[in-house]
Every structure is written in C-alpha cells, then in structure tokens.
Design a protein around this ligand. Structure first.
Ligand SMILES: [Zn+2]
Length: 230
C-alpha cells in the first residue's frame, strides 16, 4: 500500500488534534495573527509530518487545515485534502523531529521566551525551580540552558544552528526576536512542556530586575516595572 493510502485516516486524526491544540495556544495569546505552527509525525521512513497550514487563523483551524510535508518541510505531492500551503517554518519542524526524535513539535510566538533571549542571547539558564520537572529535568541542582539561535528566513541555517546546540535532555529552542519551539513524544507532552517553560521564562525575566511583576490575565502579558518609574 502506498503511503498516500494511509494518509486520510492518519491525517484526520492529526488534523483534529492540531486544530484543537492550535485553538488552545491561540487562547493563550501565543498564536497572534496567523503566527505559529504545530506538527505531528505521521511516519519516519520516510519522514512525514502533518503541519498546520500557513496563513490561517490558528483559533479557527479545521481538521482539514493541515499539510503533509517531507524531511525538508516541503509539501508532499498527492495531498488528500484541499490545497493548503505549509509554513516555511515546517523545515525546522522536520529537522527537530528528525534530530530530537520528537513525535510532535510546537512553535509559538509567546512573548516571555523572546524577552528572555533578549537578556541572555547565548542561552537562558534555569535552575532550582520546581517547574523544571515539567521539562523532565531536576527541581534542584540541575542547570538547564535553553538554547537561543538567531532569527532568519532560511530554515537550513536555523536547523544547523539548532543541531549545533542540541541536547537530548533539553526539549526546547528559542529563536531570538521570534518565538519558541518545544517538542515531545506527542502534542500532549509538548503542550505541558511549553506551558511549564513559559512559566519558567516569565520567572527569570521578572526576577532579573527584582522589581518586575507579571500582569494577571493574558497569557503573554509580561510587564516589567522598574523601581521609581511606575
Ligand atoms: Zn514563527
């Protein structure tokens, strides 16, 4: 049986999961405009991923708003659904899925990771925080550094930078002035990791000055208030 014959069932399942997860992230304010994208691995030999379609409001995706891409993030011929375009960022999803062995990759434009990368462009260090358990790391005496790479539009360049700093025990990557990638065995694990990491990054950004506070409510409303200026 050709791989295309397997797609309709797999894609329907993947499409439902990706639409539901996208709506969740959109509600957090992490997929503003049409930004961000999510993917799940459909098969590994050859590598195939279902990725959310480009240019669509992530709060309103249907199960058909997904594209099957190859190991370079390019759309594979013979898509069963309506014509959809994969994001250019699908290339980095595929690279992460291959290098990290991830089953799902989440890319969101949350604010805290980008602010953290602005402060620590060589990597964001985290330690002695209970939430690190959510990344599969230790709550004590475990120095975790979230890699930061420069932004760019060539996914091969970003992929090379990711791979150069990749550690199997650190399932996340910040792209400076852009956003966050987090991965896991499935969308569920990737979501939990992304939520915990967002908390951790808000913490280090807020405590850096000692006078910062987090605004309540909206998912990425990180407000820094310097002493004497508020
Ligand atoms: Zn992006």
């Amino acid at each position: 049986m050709s791989e295309q014959h397997l797609w309709p069932t797999q894609l329907d399942q993947a499409g439902r999961a990706l639409a539901a997860e996208s709506a969740h992230y959109a509600a957090l304010g992490w997929m503003r405009g049409t930004s961000g994208n999510l993917s799940v691995v459909l098969g590994r030999n050859p590598l195939r991923l279902a990725v959310t379609a480009s240019g669509m409001d992530k709060a309103e995706l249907t199960p058909r708003d997904v594209v099957v891409v190859d190991e370079h993030g390019a759309a594979v011929p013979g898509q069963p659904g309506p014509a959809r375009r994969p994001s250019a960022e699908a290339g980095l999803h595929a690279r992460i899925a291959r290098v990290a062995g991830a089953g799902a990759v989440v890319h969101v434009h949350a604010l805290a990771p980008v602010i953290a990368a602005e402060h620590w462009p060589l990597g964001v260090a985290l330690r002695d925080l209970e939430m690190l358990k959510g990344l599969g790391r230790g709550a004590h005496d475990d120095e975790v550094t979230i890699p930061v790479i420069a932004n760019g539009q060539d996914m091969r360049v970003l992929g090379d930078a990711f791979e150069a700093g990749f550690r199997a025990d650190t399932p996340a990557l910040i792209v400076a002035r852009h956003g966050l990638y987090v991965w896991g065995d499935d969308l569920y694990q990737a979501r939990h990791r992304a939520e915990c990491l967002d908390w951790l990054l808000r913490f280090v950004v807020a405590t850096r000055t000692g006078h910062a506070h987090l605004a309540a409510g909206n998912g990425d409303a990180v407000v820094l208030s310097e002493r004497g200026t508020s």
